[in-house]
Design a protein around this ligand. Sequence first.
Ligand code: ZN
Length: 295
Amino acid sequence: MSYTGPESEPPKQRRSWRVPIVVAGGALVAGGLVGWGAYAAGGGAGEDAAKPAGRSAPAAAPGADDKAAAPLAGKVVVIDPGHNVDNFRHPAEINRQVDVGNGRKECDTTGTSTNDGYPEARFTLDVAHRLRALLERQGATVRLTHDEKGPEWGPCVDERAAIGNKAHADAAISIHADGAPAGDRGFHVILPGAVHAGGADTRPIVGPSRALGERIASDFRRVTGEPPSNYIGHGTALDTRTDLGGLNLSTVPKVFIECGNMRDTKDAALLTSETWRQKAAQGMSEGIVSFLRGS
Ligand code: ZN
């Protein structure tokens, strides 16, 4: 929880401001200092739109940083860390069948782990915390479906969907890592297919969920460098499914992301790296921000 993100701009900016001050002399000193002060006061972290771009920064009007600092004000994002680190202690509860609209599924599953024993549920919670911090910095209201001090198992997949629905989330994401055979590599985003059965009706969310998923896939790939899955989605990093309760029962735009394959040693080296997990969260965050801002 001590991570602060990959910000490294302030030292670089401070250096670049000194140059015009020295070269141009007294007349520009005031402007330069005002510019730097405004940037520093704005926090200088996380607000992409607020980053000063060379000499244009001093011209920014007072208050511009404040607006840019909370581009997601009023937006609600629900993050669903896949599985639960204690699910394995509660087989009876998590094996209970729940209605997912077009069928019945287990309440929840234990998830996978790397060959060295790093559990998927630990990974998903860690990335969820990082993603929450990034989105809150953008002004979003963020809710997790469960957390370390929450329930000792689950919640069930139907409840995970219900949490996003009740929160009227503008976007929801369920974070996972896969347990495929070694050699299967890469990430993919799972989109809800059209399901209209029982208590499920995904038809209104199919379109917006795809838009959300495409943005997340694009930004996740760019920020992490992780390739699209070589075993699902034919290189598109996208897969559509109609068998996941967490998607079937959602009434808000929602996707799953499988960040990599825990059973592949190359992917496992990334998934177990704190630095990489921060990048993973950053990629997801940028995709969500892009979707919510309609850009
Ligand atoms: Zn999973």
